[in-house]
Design a protein around this ligand. Sequence first.
Ligand SMILES: Cc1cc2nc3c(=O)[nH]c(=O)nc-3n(C[C@H](O)[C@H](O)[C@H](O)COP(=O)(O)O)c2cc1C
Length: 198
Amino acid sequence: MDSLKGHSPAHALPPPEGASPAPQEHFKTLENAYFLGYVPRPVVLVCVGENPLAVAWHMPTNKDPFLYAVAIAKENYSHFLLEKGSDFTVNFLRADHIQDILTAGKHSGRQVDKWKLFKHISQAKALKVDALMVKEALLVYECKQERVVSFYDHSIFIGRVEIIHYKKGKLKPQKVKYPLHMGKGYFSKNAKVYTYKI
Ligand SMILES: Cc1cc2nc3c(=O)[nH]c(=O)nc-3n(C[C@H](O)[C@H](O)[C@H](O)COP(=O)(O)O)c2cc1C
């Protein structure tokens, strides 16, 4: 497992000489207010082995091989399962599945079998990894653990994506509506799509 001790990340270096200080007349400051970033992030359903949970903190981390990272709180049952080496799947669902996603985010697999609580989603066995996946998902990444980085209250589990499932014709940018978590109880949908030349 990687450790943070003795490591000085590049972004912790002092600002370059000549840079003016943060203009405090334009900003208020707060420490430890991670929740202030109401930045929309798609909330997905991650199945750790058989146990599903809602996850908004996730991202791609490498193209070839394709690696995908999820940040999981240490208090979660899923963290316990991941620490034991469980495979996992990342399931991207439509915004109208938000109630089942919230069910997965409210209950713990320590106490209940969440699959019995879901109203509109159902399970299937993943093809290449030892985990369940969601049949109704538009996109699924099957992941085997590649690396773990343990922090203070969360760990990042980086999976090697063994295979991707997708629903043909359903991922078009103009069509797809993902549930976007904006912190606390706030959610939005991508209402309108723009294209820019990049
Ligand atoms: C919208 C939303 C986003 C969430 N994002 C995360 C996340 O990124 N990481 C995490 O560990 N828990 C996240 N959670 C909380 C877990 O889904 C929740 O604690 C769940 O009950 C854990 O289940 P488990 O104990 O079966 O692992 C989120 C919950 C919600 C509702």
